[in-house]
Each structure stands twice: as structure tokens, then as C-alpha cells.
Design a protein around this ligand. Structure first.
Ligand SMILES: NC(=O)c1ccc[n+]([C@@H]2O[C@H](COP(=O)([O-])OP(=O)(O)OC[C@H]3O[C@@H](n4cnc5c(N)ncnc54)[C@H](OP(=O)(O)O)[C@@H]3O)[C@@H](O)[C@H]2O)c1
Length: 429
């Protein structure tokens, strides 16, 4: 039986899951692959730290070079996180002729092009199944199972923290702050949840999905990103009245020669399968021109679920290592197939919540403003708020965002409009 020697960089949450998964299923893994996997070195920052898994102390190293320059190691598994040391280590590992497995979304989304080029230059492979939605198999299904399809649209719930918060706000009536506090207490969120709440974490993952589904790896500046910090209990209650849920959705959509990429809080019908994804779970809904609609669902993070994804890459890398001739890059093309279309050109329906003066003629004034920018209204709900003010909720038909923005700018100047409380996209696929 062939043996692959692995240099594991990082023994935190995911690294420990890899060691534990390998130990639990060692027999099945070697029988199915015909390969023995031997983790011969493990890089950590602090050798004295108490570990979640049993590890031979002699295997612990603290410098990447101890793995990169080891000629016996043929596969590097990068589970450090971040972009500095991880990027440097991955590039050096490829240069030294080793294949690489990583679960690092920031790294692939931000430096993917450079890394794929380096892999190609060295005729090596890079695998990243764990980088999007942890334990849910997404990368290989997009690369292999849906290889014959033209992907038209992807809609993802790709961040467990924000989905947990929105679920608690909707199901238990928590405020945003209370739901966030609970997510922190139960460990569904990083010590610093900024990247989760702002949508950036999901945007990294959407960038990777765009690469696989649309053969286009965007610059991160091109992925429109808006977080959930402004979603209030009032919006959640209106969504319910309208038969919808609010979810932080990562949406990629092909339109002519361009693709739209955005991470935004969206209202979506309760009937849509993705609306029923609760708590810290993740999901990806994919529309292809042959398969029609499919959805992947499961744990978007965690030690063993992500360890399972990383181990599937380790097995794939092992099998491909002994294939001759070796090299077709596991990732797609390094040249972008589509342009990223500007957000203002995107067409969608919207929910708007406004506080206006409660007096005759205000309704028609507001409808008139929207009409003058070509934004047609689907429905209006009015609720009395305080003596001289009324809260109104409007749903628009599909409209270009540029037109909506112009209408909003005009509305905000009107005396009869006291406050524009929120604007939320309505996903209607
Ligand atoms: N956590 C998840 O559920 C999850 C899910 C999907 C993807 N990912 C991705 O997987 C990767 C790893 O995440 P994680 O949650 O496992 O991270 P983690 O728990 O913070 O573990 C990071 C590991 O890297 C080591 N390390 C960090 N800096 C180092 C340095 N300068 N030199 C040597 N070793 C260093 C740490 O060593 P010490 O242990 O000694 O501190 C630790 O073992 C990230 O890219 C993350 O985005 C994570």
C-alpha cells in the first residue's frame, strides 16, 4: 500500500477534527483509497498548549520550514487561518513540490489566483473543500457532479452565526443584541464576530462559489456586502405578516455577460427551501440549466464536520498523487469568464419601512416619487405609530437598484418623510 506523509499546519478546531476523524475511520479511509495516511509532523504556535486530541509530542513543530523542507512530506494541510503565514506557507509548499489541502476561505477568496497559478506552475494541486460551509460537500459537487451544467444562480446561507441570530430573532422574538450574546455563549461565533455580522465571512465563501460555479474569481471589492446589524425585530414581524423569513443570503446570479454577487439580508418566502434552514446550519441552493434546482444542507462549521471535508480532500489528493500523468488542476480556469456587474444595475424587489407624517396626500406623494423613478409598488401596509406619524411598509415590484436609490434619495429630502427605517431586498426565485 502506498503511504502519504502529511505535514499538518494547525491543530486547533479543524486540525483536531482531522486527527480525530483519521483515527476514528482509519481502516475505512485506507481500504477505500488504497493509501496509508501518516501525519508525520504537526505545526502549532505553542507546543505546551493542552490539545483536544492525543498527539505524539515528538511530531510537534513550530516553524513552517520544518514541514516545507522535509523531503518525506508530500502533502501539506494548511489549517492555520488568516492570510499572512498561511499564504506564505502554501506558496512555499507548492514551490517545494508538495500538494496542498486548505480550509482557508480568506486565503482562497483573496489570493486564489496567485495560489492557483503557483500550483499550475509547479504542476501541483490545491484542494479546498472545507473552505465553504464546513462539513457540507459543495466544492466537489460543483466541480464534479454538476460539471455538465451551466450554473445560473446560487443562493447560500453560508454563515452559521448570522443564521443563528436571525433564527432566534424570528422564532423566539429575541433582539439582535440578545441573540448575538447567546450565539457567543454557546460558541456559535468567533470572539470577534465582526466578519460574521458584516457579511464578509459569507462574501469570501461566495467568491469561492463564483469561481467554481461561474468560473470567475472576483476581487473581494466587487462582492457587494451588507450585514445584519440593521435588521430589527420590527422587520422580522413584518416579514412574518408577509409570509417571509429574513435570512443573510449570499446570492450569485448570471445575467447576460455579467454576474451579480452580493451578500445581503433578504426577505424570502417561507415556502422556499432555504427559508427553513435554522440555527447555525448552512445551505446552498443551486440552479443549473440541466439539473434545475438542488439544495445542499448541513453543519457549516465545527471540528469533525470540517475535519470530514478536509479528510475527503486528503483522500482525493492521495489518489491523484499516484495518477500518471498527474496534472490537471483540481481548481477551474485561472481566467475569469464573466465580468462582475455593478450592484446598481441589479434588479430585485424591495421592502421599505418608513415613518411619515400622518396627513392626507402623503401616500400619493410617496407613490408619486417612486413612480417618477420608474419604481412600481406591489403593496403598501400602513400602521399608526404615534399621534402625527404613521409607519408604512412598501413592497416594490422588480426594479433596478439605481432607480430605487434615486427614489430613496428624493424621499429622504421630503418634509413629510420623517425616517426611512430600513430597506431589505426580497429574494423571489
Ligand atoms: N472552525 C471551524 O469550524 C472552521 C470551519 C471551516 C473552515 N475553517 C477554517 O479552517 C482554518 C482553521 O480554523 P480553526 O478554527 O481550526 O483555527 P484555530 O482553532 O484558531 O487553529 C489555528 C491553529 O493554527 C496554529 N497557528 C496559528 N498561528 C500560528 C503560527 N504563527 N505558527 C504556528 N502555528 C500557528 C495554532 O496553534 P496553537 O494551537 O498552538 O495556538 C492552532 O493550532 C481557518 O482558515 C478557518 O477559516 C474553520
Amino acid at each position: 500500500m502506498e503511504t502519504i506523509k502529511i505535514g499538518l499546519m494547525g491543530l486547533g478546531t479543524v486540525g483536531s477534527g482531522v486527527i480525530e476523524g483519521l483515527k476514528k475511520n482509519q481502516k475505512e479511509i485506507s481500504e477505500r483509497s488504497g493509501i496509508e495516511f501518516d501525519v508525520s509532523k504537526v505545526m502549532v504556535k505553542d507546543k505546551q498548549k493542552k490539545r483536544m486530541v492525543e498527539i505524539d509530542e515528538k511530531k510537534l513543530v513550530t516553524e513552517p520550514e520544518e514541514i516545507i523542507n522535509d523531503p518525506d512530506i508530500n502533502l501539506v494541510v494548511e489549517l492555520i487561518g488568516g492570510c499572512d503565514l498561511a499564504k506564505d506557507s502554501v506558496l512555499k509548499a507548492l514551490d517545494s513540490g508538495k500538494d496542498v489541502v486548505t480550509a482557508n476561505k480568506d486565503l482562497i477568496a483573496t489570493h486564489g489566483k496567485e495560489i492557483f497559478e503557483k500550483a499550475k506552475e509547479n504542476k501541483r494541486n490545491i484542494y479546498f473543500e472545507g473552505s465553504v460551509a464546513g462539513g457540507i460537500p459543495l466544492i466537489k459537487p460543483l466541480q464534479e457532479s454538476l460539471a455538465a451544467d451551466k450554473i445560473e444562480k446560487v443562493i447560500g446561507i453560508l454563515n452559521g452565526t448570522t443564521n443563528y441570530i436571525l433564527t432566534k430573532m424570528s422564532d423566539v422574538g429575541y433582539s439582535f443584541d440578545r441573540a448575538l450574546e447567546e450565539a457567543q455563549t454557546y460558541g456559535f461565533c468567533e470572539a470577534d464576530p465582526t466578519n460574521d455580522i458584516s457579511g464578509l465571512d459569507a462574501a469570501y465563501k461566495l467568491a469561492i462559489l463564483s469561481y467554481l460555479g461561474f468560473e470567475t474569481l472576483p476581487d473581494m471589492k466587487e462582492v457587494y456586502c451588507s450585514g445584519i446589524e440593521n435588521v430589527s425585530q420590527r422587520d422580522i414581524q413584518y416579514a412574518k405578516k408577509l409570509g417571509m423569513e429574513i435570512k443573510l443570503l449570499a446570492v450569485g446570479e448570471k445575467e447576460g455577460d455579467g454576474i451579480f454577487l452580493a451578500v445581503v439580508p433578504c426577505m424570502i418566502s417561507k415556502e422556499h427551501p432555504i427559508a427553513s434552514v435554522k440555527g447555525e446550519n448552512n445551505a446552498l441552493f443551486v440552479k443549473g440549466n440541466l439539473v434545475d434546482e438542488v439544495m445542499f444542507y448541513g453543519p457549516g462549521a465545527g471540528s469533525l464536520p470540517t475535519g470530514s471535508a478536509v479528510l475527503s480532500d486528503i483522500i482525493k489528493a492521495g489518489k491523484e498523487m499516484f495518477k500518471e500523468p498527474v496534472k490537471e488542476l483540481s481548481a477551474g480556469s485561472e481566467n475569469n469568464k464573466y465580468k462582475i456587474a455593478p450592484r446598481e444595475e441589479f434588479e430585485a424587489s424591495f421592502y421599505l419601512r418608513l415613518v411619515v407624517k400622518d396627513k392626507p396626500g402623503v401616500f400619493s406623494e410617496i407613490a408619486g416619487v417612486f413612480g417618477s423613478y420608474g419604481v412600481s409598488l406591489e403593496s403598501i401596509i400602513q400602521e399608526k405609530k404615534e399621534d402625527e406619524y404613521a409607519e408604512i411598509v412598501l413592497l416594490t415590484h422588480k426594479t433596478k437598484i439605481k432607480n430605487l436609490d434615486d427614489a430613496i434619495a428624493d424621499l429622504e429630502k421630503r418634509e413629510n418623510v420623517y425616517e426611512l427605517s430600513n430597506v431589505i431586498q426580497v429574494e423571489k426565485s
